[in-house]
Design a protein around this ligand. Structure first.
Ligand code: MG
Length: 401
């Protein structure tokens, strides 16, 4: 029996080339020059993920056979006895994606080939258009369309519609205030304007970001039916999943959710009960490629499609992992995509590229992405307290962002 290639070292690379703190895991093997990269980005709690890897998982991993991805994943998830949760899942994802990268490099195959091979050459992507007025949003959509994009998420005032006209009570604390009623009104006006301006040739998406109370959410899903959305995202919070049944009973607006899911029971429930049309977990948040491919297969069985979470708080390594899943899975629906900077491309050689609204891989073995560690070191993470997540209602009540 040939001697297995084993894990020799595990490094966490924290860097911030843009607005988001990124965590990249590098698994170094006993084979000279052979290593893998994975995304472990939980941008708001990045140091906790780094500690989970460096202080806990690394000792567990050293000396293990790099070929046994499933075994490592299963055991890493239960070795601490208490399992799941965003910190541990992201930490395990960094290891898991790196092991898939290593397996692909050893085989001389891209990861999509290991999964079963391509069913498409590239992935349709959607991008984000935002603006302070309906006219600004429509203009941004037209720019994207001119650049070849066919799917655009439209938001006015990002999440929550951009503030509240009602002053909070005297003595209220600072926060990201918004008014659900205002949000609902301005968003419906924006959607009506944008659809009229851009016509039916563009697929429009919208993210509610859990900003409505459940009954209002049911009404909103009915209201937007007229605008023929590709999907309506996060209409309800994971805590309010039971309300989806009422939404389904009253409208055919396609629904997407999943970026906040931590536990398999969360995606199992919405899939088995067909409460949504698209599963859009943050692949590092759910634990990496190993659980994501199982969720994609389950989605396919139940007639759902995938739309993996992919804004700027997914690292370029994570975006590469998303794309390999997209190219392989018959359940693929759409891929969320961000606008990489020149610095992102310099720091992460091999970052997938968009042409005519399609995201293409670079066809290298493994995940096909590298990191320039010297350049990453020049951009250390900037610590701070997140403001946009300190959402409050007009009367000052704290709510989910
Ligand atoms: Mg979202």
């Amino acid at each position: 029996m040939t001697k297995p290639i084993t894990i020799q070292d595990v490094k966490v690379i924290l860097t911030q080339p843009g607005t988001c703190r990124l965590a990249i895991v590098k698994v170094i093997t006993s084979e000279p020059g052979l290593y893998g990269l994975g995304c472990a980005t939980f941008t708001q709690r990045i140091h906790a993920v780094a500690a989970a890897i460096e202080r806990h998982l690394k000792a567990f991993l050293l000396g293990r056979d790099v070929s046994r991805i499933e075994d490592v994943w299963q055991m890493a998830m239960v070795n601490g006895y208490w399992r799941n949760g965003p910190v541990l899942n992201n930490a395990i994802s960094g290891i898991d994606q790196a092991l898939w990268d290593i397996k692909g490099k050893r085989a001389g195959m891209p990861v999509y080939d290991l999964l079963g091979g391509k069913v498409r050459e590239a992935a349709n992507v959607y991008v984000h258009a935002d603006g302070p007025t309906p006219q600004d949003v429509a203009a941004r959509v037209k720019e994207f369309v001119a650049d070849g994009y066919r799917y655009v998420r439209v938001q006015q005032g990002l999440y929550g519609g951009g503030g509240t006209p009602t002053p909070p009570p005297d003595g209220s604390v600072e926060g990201a205030y918004y008014d659900p009623r205002t949000y609902r009104r301005v968003t419906l006006q924006m959607l009506e304007h944008v659809r009229a301006e851009v016509g039916d040739g563009v697929e429009l998406l919208h993210d509610v970001h859990e900003r409505l109370h459940p009954s209002a959410a049911v009404a909103f899903a009915k209201d937007v039916e007229a605008f023929d959305l590709f999907f309506l995202e996060d209409l309800l919070a994971p805590e309010d999943i039971a309300w989806f049944e009422r939404v389904r009973a009253q409208t055919t607006t396609p629904l997407a959710m999943g970026e906040l899911f931590n536990h398999p029971l969360e995606w199992r429930t919405v899939t088995e009960q067909r409460l949504v049309d698209f599963l859009r977990m943050h692949v590092s948040q759910m634990g990496g490629i190993t659980p994501a491919r199982k969720a994609a297969d389950m989605a396919h069985t139940y007639g759902l499609r995938t739309a993996w979470h992919g804004p700027a708080d997914t690292s370029p390594v994570g975006h590469a992992a998303n794309l390999h899943l997209d190219l392989w899975s018959p359940a693929f629906g759409i891929q969320e995509w961000y606008q990489p900077s020149e610095l992102d491309r310099a720091m992460f050689p091999g970052l997938p590229e968009v042409r005519d609204g399609y995201l293409y891989p670079n066809e290298s073995a493994g995940l096909g992405i590298e990191i320039d560690e010297d350049l990453a070191a020049e951009y250390p993470v900037i610590d701070g307290v997140e403001n946009w997540t300190q959402a409050r209602l007009p009367d000052g009540s704290p709510v989910r962002p």
